[in-house]
Design a protein around this ligand. Structure first.
Ligand SMILES: Nc1nc2c(ncn2[C@@H]2O[C@H](COP(=O)(O)OP(=O)(O)OP(=O)(O)O)[C@@H](O)[C@H]2O)c(=O)[nH]1
Ligand SMILES: [Mg+2]
Length: 460
């Protein structure tokens, strides 16, 4: 894709709005000929002479047939004051897919070419309108479906995270320049670069980068949700709990043990966090072949889940049973939440569990204490401190690169500690700069960029 863009002399076109029928649709062109191509189709006015940031109403004609396609509004953006940094026009038309297709066709006939996925944003990046993390956050922003994921993407698009990295990068560049200067004067044994000051800088950078790395698990939760498996014996009330949480009768509930045989998955948004709830078959030894497969699947889901809700009937279980279950979860390193169900049957049935900490008691059928369960679920995955104002890493590419940055920073710090000669120190710093640059896009290679932008939708 990039290979085709030497100075991006061509003009690209795509529908910028969602596919399908809508009240209006927007077709976007970007490139040196964006305005002249649009002008050819738009006899009402000479668009080549109008100022940027203006709107123009008129009929759009197909260049081949000369027939009117639609009445449209054309927005004109002149470089560099546009999304891509190039000349951009946006044609707002009526939302029929036929009209959209005709307009695209007319633009292509007049010299534009169809845009690749993400190519508008890629041009914005190549023209310095956005850095790479900001460009990537555009894709996240479009895909965001909760308040939290929207906020982290917005924050990132506005450059929150790259600002911190850029500042670090500048410090490192300044320091390595000083060190390289020392190397030029190597006979004279001078030190231009203040080691102590730099050591402090590297130490504080290490803390920042660690913090960012740690934020990834939360970022991942915000972006992708948490797989939450509801696990327990047959008849514990797992399907009832799923229905209660979702507020609908999604799963079949019955007093026959072994009702749920296959797993059922549904998404629930609690306070902006997405939980992918998985109702599973009750776990027991079974002679029924199909039920056994279901039980195997439950165990698999339990091990894959980010969080396990262990549901049990308080009337049937003893404290020792729960204690054993806790030991089993801890041995397998499973993130679990103990929930005792059916508190409505025998008053005081929960007293026997007093010695076990952090059990929540509910009645799934009567909807008792469900809000408390919801709050606990959110606290559990957010470790009680959901603060999306903070910079949060949501992108696994950034996560991997930050781990390299951290490794390199630690090398630099060790080097300073061990009074490593300047030339070796400079090598470590360069490594660190390289990985930082990969994140924000100062260091790129074409394949990588193609890969990143190909994940966008066309028209972005
Ligand atoms: N009294 C009372 N009964 C409940 C409660 N929750 C569930 N039940 C009943 O317990 C029985 C089993 O409920 P299910 O939700 O089907 O249980 P399950 O854990 O999904 O069972 P399997 O799918 O067989 O593993 C049903 O008769 C429910 O009505 C509760 O809070 N109180
Ligand atoms: Mg069930």
């Amino acid at each position: 894709m990039i290979g085709k863009l030497p100075g991006h002399h061509d003009t690209i076109v795509a529908v910028a709005t969602a596919p399908g029928i809508g009240a209006i649709a927007v077709i976007r062109l970007s490139g040196v000929e964006a305005i002249t191509i649009t002008d050819k189709l738009f006899p009402a006015k000479d668009l080549t002479t109008v100022p940027g940031h203006t709107l123009h109403f008129g009929v759009l004609l197909h260049p081949e047939t000369g027939k009117a396609i639609d009445e449209v509004v054309v927005s004109i953006f002149k470089n560099p004051r546009s999304y891509t940094g190039e000349d951009v026009t946006e044609i707002s038309c009526h939302g029929s897919p036929y009209i959209q297709q005709q307009i695209i066709d007319a633009c292509i006939q007049s010299g534009a070419r169809m845009a690749q996925p993400g190519e508008f944003t890629q041009r914005a990046f190549l023209n310095g309108k956005l850095d790479l993390t900001q460009a990537e956050s555009v894709a996240d922003l479009i895909a965001s479906n909760t308040a939290a994921s929207h906020q982290t993407a917005m924050q990132q698009m506005r450059g929150g995270f790259s600002k911190e990295l850029k500042a670090l990068r500048e410090h490192l560049i300044r320091f390595s320049a000083l060190i390289e200067l020392e190397l030029d004067f190597s006979q004279e044994d001078v030190e231009f670069a203040d080691r102590t000051q730099f050591f402090d800088l590297v130490t504080s950078a290490t803390v920042t980068v660690k913090h960012l790395i740690d934020s990834f698990s939360m970022g991942n939760v915000i972006k992708n949700g948490v797989n939450t498996a509801i696990i327990g014996k047959p008849n514990a009330g797992k399907s009832t709990l799923l229905n209660t949480l979702l507020n609908e009768n999604r799963a079949i509930v019955s007093d026959i043990a072994g009702t749920t045989r296959d797993t059922i998955e549904e998404v629930l948004n609690i306070k902006g966090v997405l939980f992918r709830l998985i109702d599973t078959a009750g776990i027991r030894e079974s002679v029924d072949a199909i039920e056994s497969i279901g039980v195997q699947k439950s165990l698999e889901k339990m091990r894959e889940a980010g969080l396990v809700i262990y549901l049990f009937d308080v009337n049937e279980y003893s404290a020792a049973d729960i204690q054993n279950q806790v030991t089993a979860f801890e041995a397998e390193n499973i993130n679990y939440l103990l929930v005792g169900n059916k508190t409505d049957i025998t008053p005081g049935a929960t007293a026997k569990f007093a010695a076990i900490p952090n059990i929540l008691f509910i009645s799934a059928r009567n909807h008792n204490d469900i809000d408390q369960l919801k709050n606990t679920l959110v606290d559990k995955v957010m470790s009680g401190n959901i603060n999306t104002e903070d910079t949060v890493i949501t992108n696994s590419r950034h996560y991997a690169a930050l781990q390299e940055v951290l490794r390199a920073l630690l090398d630099v710090r060790n080097g300073l500690d061990n009074k490593l000669p300047g030339d070796l120190l400079a090598l470590d710093i360069r490594m660190c700069l390289h990985h930082l640059g990969l994140i924000t896009g100062e260091v790129t290679n074409e394949d990588r960029l193609d890969f990143i932008f190909s994940k966008f939708c066309i028209g972005k």
